[in-house]
Design a protein around this ligand. Structure first.
Ligand SMILES: C[S@@+](CC[C@H](N)C(=O)[O-])C[C@H]1O[C@@H](n2cnc3c(N)ncnc32)[C@H](O)[C@@H]1O
Length: 292
Protein backbone atom coordinates (compact mmCIF):
# COMPACT_ATOMS: atom_id res chain seq x y z
CA UNK A 1 0.00 0.00 0.00
CA UNK A 2 1.38 3.37 -1.00
CA UNK A 3 1.97 5.71 1.94
CA UNK A 4 -0.03 8.93 1.55
CA UNK A 5 1.18 11.57 3.99
CA UNK A 6 -1.27 13.92 5.61
CA UNK A 7 0.10 17.28 4.49
CA UNK A 8 -0.95 20.88 4.05
CA UNK A 9 0.21 23.20 1.25
CA UNK A 10 3.08 25.45 2.32
CA UNK A 11 2.04 28.98 3.29
CA UNK A 12 2.84 31.97 1.03
CA UNK A 13 5.19 33.31 3.68
CA UNK A 14 7.03 29.97 3.91
CA UNK A 15 7.39 29.87 0.15
CA UNK A 16 8.57 33.41 -0.40
CA UNK A 17 11.19 33.04 2.36
CA UNK A 18 12.42 29.74 0.92
CA UNK A 19 12.55 30.98 -2.69
CA UNK A 20 14.49 34.08 -1.65
CA UNK A 21 17.09 32.07 0.31
CA UNK A 22 17.44 29.59 -2.53
CA UNK A 23 17.82 32.30 -5.17
CA UNK A 24 20.42 34.20 -3.15
CA UNK A 25 22.45 30.99 -2.68
CA UNK A 26 22.36 30.21 -6.39
CA UNK A 27 23.26 33.76 -7.40
CA UNK A 28 26.17 33.71 -4.97
CA UNK A 29 27.33 30.39 -6.44
CA UNK A 30 27.08 31.85 -9.94
CA UNK A 31 28.99 34.97 -8.98
CA UNK A 32 31.78 33.41 -6.91
CA UNK A 33 32.13 29.73 -7.75
CA UNK A 34 31.64 29.48 -11.49
CA UNK A 35 31.08 25.70 -11.31
CA UNK A 36 32.08 23.76 -14.40
CA UNK A 37 30.84 20.20 -14.10
CA UNK A 38 33.85 18.29 -15.38
CA UNK A 39 34.51 14.60 -14.83
CA UNK A 40 36.84 15.54 -11.92
CA UNK A 41 34.21 17.70 -10.22
CA UNK A 42 31.61 14.90 -10.47
CA UNK A 43 34.13 12.39 -9.10
CA UNK A 44 34.92 14.69 -6.17
CA UNK A 45 31.23 15.21 -5.38
CA UNK A 46 30.10 11.60 -5.73
CA UNK A 47 32.75 8.88 -5.84
CA UNK A 48 35.21 10.59 -3.49
CA UNK A 49 32.47 12.57 -1.72
CA UNK A 50 28.93 11.36 -1.01
CA UNK A 51 29.41 7.69 -1.94
CA UNK A 52 32.71 7.40 -0.03
CA UNK A 53 30.99 8.86 3.05
CA UNK A 54 28.04 6.47 2.71
CA UNK A 55 30.36 3.50 2.23
CA UNK A 56 32.39 4.55 5.29
CA UNK A 57 29.34 4.99 7.51
CA UNK A 58 27.79 1.62 6.59
CA UNK A 59 24.42 2.73 8.03
CA UNK A 60 22.79 -0.42 6.59
CA UNK A 61 24.51 -2.48 9.30
CA UNK A 62 22.58 -0.56 11.97
CA UNK A 63 19.17 -0.77 10.25
CA UNK A 64 16.89 -3.73 10.98
CA UNK A 65 15.07 -3.47 7.69
CA UNK A 66 15.74 -2.05 4.25
CA UNK A 67 12.88 0.41 4.71
CA UNK A 68 14.46 1.66 7.92
CA UNK A 69 17.74 2.17 6.09
CA UNK A 70 16.06 4.11 3.26
CA UNK A 71 13.88 6.33 5.41
CA UNK A 72 15.91 8.69 7.52
CA UNK A 73 14.85 8.89 11.16
CA UNK A 74 14.55 12.61 10.67
CA UNK A 75 11.51 14.57 11.77
CA UNK A 76 12.86 17.91 10.59
CA UNK A 77 10.29 19.66 8.43
CA UNK A 78 11.09 20.54 4.85
CA UNK A 79 9.37 22.08 1.86
CA UNK A 80 8.95 19.43 -0.80
CA UNK A 81 6.78 18.62 -3.80
CA UNK A 82 4.23 15.92 -3.04
CA UNK A 83 1.65 14.92 -5.65
CA UNK A 84 2.36 18.12 -7.56
CA UNK A 85 1.97 20.48 -4.62
CA UNK A 86 4.59 22.23 -2.48
CA UNK A 87 3.94 21.16 1.09
CA UNK A 88 5.57 21.29 4.49
CA UNK A 89 6.39 17.70 5.42
CA UNK A 90 8.76 15.84 7.73
CA UNK A 91 11.84 14.45 6.00
CA UNK A 92 10.87 10.97 7.18
CA UNK A 93 7.37 11.20 5.69
CA UNK A 94 8.68 12.58 2.41
CA UNK A 95 11.05 9.65 1.90
CA UNK A 96 8.39 7.15 2.95
CA UNK A 97 6.01 8.65 0.40
CA UNK A 98 8.72 8.69 -2.28
CA UNK A 99 9.14 4.89 -2.19
CA UNK A 100 5.62 4.29 -3.52
CA UNK A 101 5.59 7.37 -5.75
CA UNK A 102 8.77 6.30 -7.58
CA UNK A 103 7.62 2.75 -8.21
CA UNK A 104 4.24 3.95 -9.47
CA UNK A 105 5.88 6.49 -11.79
CA UNK A 106 8.38 4.05 -13.30
CA UNK A 107 5.73 1.36 -13.60
CA UNK A 108 3.51 3.72 -15.62
CA UNK A 109 6.32 4.24 -18.14
CA UNK A 110 8.12 0.88 -18.20
CA UNK A 111 5.79 -0.69 -20.78
CA UNK A 112 5.12 -3.81 -18.72
CA UNK A 113 8.82 -4.58 -18.07
CA UNK A 114 9.65 -6.35 -14.83
CA UNK A 115 13.41 -5.85 -15.06
CA UNK A 116 14.98 -2.43 -14.88
CA UNK A 117 18.46 -1.10 -15.39
CA UNK A 118 19.40 2.27 -13.89
CA UNK A 119 22.26 4.18 -15.49
CA UNK A 120 24.07 6.37 -12.96
CA UNK A 121 22.54 4.44 -10.07
CA UNK A 122 25.00 5.63 -7.42
CA UNK A 123 24.70 3.28 -4.42
CA UNK A 124 21.23 2.25 -5.57
CA UNK A 125 18.89 4.38 -3.48
CA UNK A 126 16.27 4.17 -6.25
CA UNK A 127 16.84 0.49 -6.95
CA UNK A 128 16.51 -0.46 -3.27
CA UNK A 129 13.34 1.65 -3.02
CA UNK A 130 11.93 -0.19 -6.05
CA UNK A 131 12.95 -3.55 -4.58
CA UNK A 132 10.30 -3.00 -1.89
CA UNK A 133 7.72 -3.44 -4.65
CA UNK A 134 7.58 -7.14 -5.61
CA UNK A 135 6.60 -6.34 -9.22
CA UNK A 136 10.29 -5.66 -10.02
CA UNK A 137 12.03 -8.99 -10.43
CA UNK A 138 15.48 -7.73 -11.43
CA UNK A 139 17.08 -4.37 -10.74
CA UNK A 140 20.52 -3.58 -12.12
CA UNK A 141 22.53 -0.45 -11.49
CA UNK A 142 25.48 0.83 -13.54
CA UNK A 143 27.62 3.75 -12.44
CA UNK A 144 31.08 5.18 -12.95
CA UNK A 145 31.80 5.51 -9.20
CA UNK A 146 33.51 2.50 -7.56
CA UNK A 147 32.50 3.64 -4.05
CA UNK A 148 28.83 3.79 -5.06
CA UNK A 149 29.02 0.33 -6.63
CA UNK A 150 30.73 -1.15 -3.56
CA UNK A 151 28.16 0.41 -1.18
CA UNK A 152 25.32 -0.91 -3.37
CA UNK A 153 26.75 -4.43 -3.33
CA UNK A 154 27.15 -4.38 0.46
CA UNK A 155 23.58 -3.13 0.95
CA UNK A 156 22.25 -5.87 -1.35
CA UNK A 157 24.15 -8.48 0.67
CA UNK A 158 22.98 -7.02 4.00
CA UNK A 159 19.31 -7.31 3.02
CA UNK A 160 19.60 -10.60 1.11
CA UNK A 161 18.85 -8.98 -2.21
CA UNK A 162 21.94 -9.94 -4.21
CA UNK A 163 19.88 -12.12 -6.56
CA UNK A 164 17.54 -9.20 -7.40
CA UNK A 165 19.67 -6.06 -7.10
CA UNK A 166 23.15 -5.90 -8.66
CA UNK A 167 25.75 -3.29 -9.57
CA UNK A 168 28.44 -2.82 -12.21
CA UNK A 169 30.62 -0.09 -13.61
CA UNK A 170 30.02 1.91 -16.79
CA UNK A 171 31.30 5.20 -18.17
CA UNK A 172 28.39 6.56 -20.16
CA UNK A 173 30.65 8.94 -22.06
CA UNK A 174 32.87 6.13 -23.38
CA UNK A 175 31.44 4.67 -26.59
CA UNK A 176 33.86 1.74 -26.25
CA UNK A 177 32.71 0.71 -22.76
CA UNK A 178 31.90 -3.03 -23.05
CA UNK A 179 29.04 -2.69 -20.55
CA UNK A 180 26.91 -0.98 -23.24
CA UNK A 181 26.39 -4.43 -24.81
CA UNK A 182 24.31 -5.36 -21.78
CA UNK A 183 21.78 -2.64 -22.53
CA UNK A 184 20.35 -4.38 -25.61
CA UNK A 185 16.64 -5.12 -25.19
CA UNK A 186 16.48 -3.76 -21.63
CA UNK A 187 14.30 -1.12 -20.01
CA UNK A 188 16.55 1.63 -18.77
CA UNK A 189 16.03 4.61 -16.58
CA UNK A 190 18.19 7.52 -15.52
CA UNK A 191 17.46 9.63 -12.46
CA UNK A 192 19.41 12.87 -12.18
CA UNK A 193 22.43 11.22 -13.82
CA UNK A 194 22.69 12.95 -17.20
CA UNK A 195 22.40 16.21 -15.25
CA UNK A 196 25.97 15.44 -14.13
CA UNK A 197 27.33 15.10 -17.68
CA UNK A 198 26.34 18.46 -19.21
CA UNK A 199 29.26 18.59 -21.63
CA UNK A 200 28.67 15.19 -23.22
CA UNK A 201 24.87 14.92 -23.46
CA UNK A 202 24.85 14.19 -27.22
CA UNK A 203 27.55 11.51 -26.89
CA UNK A 204 25.77 9.80 -23.97
CA UNK A 205 22.42 9.71 -25.80
CA UNK A 206 24.14 8.40 -28.95
CA UNK A 207 25.86 5.64 -26.93
CA UNK A 208 22.53 4.63 -25.41
CA UNK A 209 20.70 4.56 -28.78
CA UNK A 210 23.50 2.49 -30.32
CA UNK A 211 23.18 -0.07 -27.49
CA UNK A 212 19.56 -0.75 -28.63
CA UNK A 213 17.61 -0.75 -25.37
CA UNK A 214 13.89 -1.56 -25.63
CA UNK A 215 12.89 1.61 -23.80
CA UNK A 216 14.48 4.51 -21.96
CA UNK A 217 12.96 6.63 -19.22
CA UNK A 218 14.97 9.78 -18.48
CA UNK A 219 14.14 11.64 -15.31
CA UNK A 220 16.36 14.69 -15.28
CA UNK A 221 16.22 18.39 -14.50
CA UNK A 222 14.97 20.49 -17.36
CA UNK A 223 14.78 24.14 -18.18
CA UNK A 224 12.51 23.77 -21.18
CA UNK A 225 9.20 23.69 -19.35
CA UNK A 226 10.00 26.31 -16.74
CA UNK A 227 7.87 29.45 -16.70
CA UNK A 228 10.14 32.16 -15.42
CA UNK A 229 7.18 34.22 -14.19
CA UNK A 230 6.63 31.48 -11.57
CA UNK A 231 8.99 32.00 -8.59
CA UNK A 232 9.48 28.26 -8.17
CA UNK A 233 10.51 27.85 -11.81
CA UNK A 234 12.76 30.88 -11.67
CA UNK A 235 14.46 29.42 -8.56
CA UNK A 236 14.97 26.11 -10.39
CA UNK A 237 16.35 27.81 -13.51
CA UNK A 238 18.98 29.79 -11.61
CA UNK A 239 19.87 26.78 -9.44
CA UNK A 240 20.39 24.52 -12.49
CA UNK A 241 22.60 27.12 -14.14
CA UNK A 242 24.62 27.74 -10.97
CA UNK A 243 25.33 24.00 -10.65
CA UNK A 244 26.14 23.64 -14.36
CA UNK A 245 23.65 20.80 -14.72
CA UNK A 246 22.66 19.69 -18.20
CA UNK A 247 20.09 21.81 -20.04
CA UNK A 248 20.09 20.19 -23.50
CA UNK A 249 18.77 16.66 -23.07
CA UNK A 250 15.08 17.15 -23.74
CA UNK A 251 15.56 19.46 -26.75
CA UNK A 252 17.93 16.85 -28.14
CA UNK A 253 15.38 14.05 -27.64
CA UNK A 254 12.70 16.17 -29.37
CA UNK A 255 15.06 16.70 -32.32
CA UNK A 256 15.89 12.98 -32.55
CA UNK A 257 12.18 12.22 -32.48
CA UNK A 258 11.47 14.66 -35.31
CA UNK A 259 14.31 13.07 -37.33
CA UNK A 260 12.83 9.60 -36.84
CA UNK A 261 15.76 8.24 -34.77
CA UNK A 262 13.68 7.69 -31.64
CA UNK A 263 9.99 7.66 -30.76
CA UNK A 264 8.98 9.67 -27.70
CA UNK A 265 6.24 7.86 -25.82
CA UNK A 266 5.61 10.23 -22.91
CA UNK A 267 6.56 13.61 -21.50
CA UNK A 268 5.63 14.40 -17.95
CA UNK A 269 6.68 16.84 -15.24
CA UNK A 270 7.61 15.11 -12.00
CA UNK A 271 4.97 15.31 -9.27
CA UNK A 272 7.48 14.81 -6.45
CA UNK A 273 10.77 16.41 -5.44
CA UNK A 274 12.63 16.73 -2.14
CA UNK A 275 13.47 20.42 -2.57
CA UNK A 276 12.15 23.58 -4.15
CA UNK A 277 14.68 23.60 -6.95
CA UNK A 278 15.82 21.20 -9.62
CA UNK A 279 12.40 20.02 -10.70
CA UNK A 280 12.49 16.86 -12.77
CA UNK A 281 10.99 16.16 -16.16
CA UNK A 282 10.38 12.66 -17.48
CA UNK A 283 10.66 11.55 -21.10
CA UNK A 284 9.99 7.93 -22.05
CA UNK A 285 11.25 6.91 -25.49
CA UNK A 286 12.39 4.02 -27.64
CA UNK A 287 14.99 3.87 -30.40
CA UNK A 288 13.46 3.35 -33.83
CA UNK A 289 14.34 0.18 -35.72
CA UNK A 290 16.13 1.95 -38.57
CA UNK A 291 18.44 3.90 -36.25
CA UNK A 292 21.90 2.45 -36.58
C1 LIG B 1 23.09 12.83 -8.75
S1 LIG B 1 23.76 11.21 -8.69
C2 LIG B 1 22.27 10.27 -8.88
C3 LIG B 1 22.37 8.87 -8.35
C4 LIG B 1 21.07 8.08 -8.42
N1 LIG B 1 20.52 8.09 -9.74
C5 LIG B 1 20.08 8.60 -7.40
O1 LIG B 1 19.07 9.20 -7.80
O2 LIG B 1 20.31 8.37 -6.19
C6 LIG B 1 24.54 11.06 -10.29
C7 LIG B 1 25.26 9.75 -10.53
O3 LIG B 1 25.73 9.74 -11.89
C8 LIG B 1 27.00 9.08 -11.89
N2 LIG B 1 27.74 9.45 -13.12
C9 LIG B 1 28.28 10.66 -13.42
N3 LIG B 1 28.94 10.59 -14.59
C10 LIG B 1 28.81 9.32 -15.05
C11 LIG B 1 29.29 8.64 -16.21
N4 LIG B 1 30.05 9.23 -17.13
N5 LIG B 1 28.96 7.33 -16.36
C12 LIG B 1 28.20 6.69 -15.41
N6 LIG B 1 27.73 7.28 -14.30
C13 LIG B 1 28.04 8.59 -14.11
C14 LIG B 1 27.67 9.60 -10.62
O4 LIG B 1 28.75 8.78 -10.23
C15 LIG B 1 26.48 9.57 -9.64
O5 LIG B 1 26.41 8.34 -8.98
Amino acid sequence: MRFRPDVKPASRLDLSKAYTIDLVRSLRRLAFKNVRRTHEVVDTEYNAGEWKRILGERAWLRANTLEQFLIEENDAPRLAKVDGQIVRISTRDYYRYRIGALSELISRHAGGARSLLELGAGFGYNLFSLSLDPQWSSLRGFDIAPNGIEAGRQIATRFDLSDRVSFDRIDLTDAGDPRFEQLAGTTIFTYFCIEQIPHAVEAVVENIIRAKPARVVNIEPAVDMLKLSDPRDLTSRVYIQSMDYQTRLFKLLDTLDSRGRIRILARERMAFAPTLHNDGLLYAWEPRQQSQ
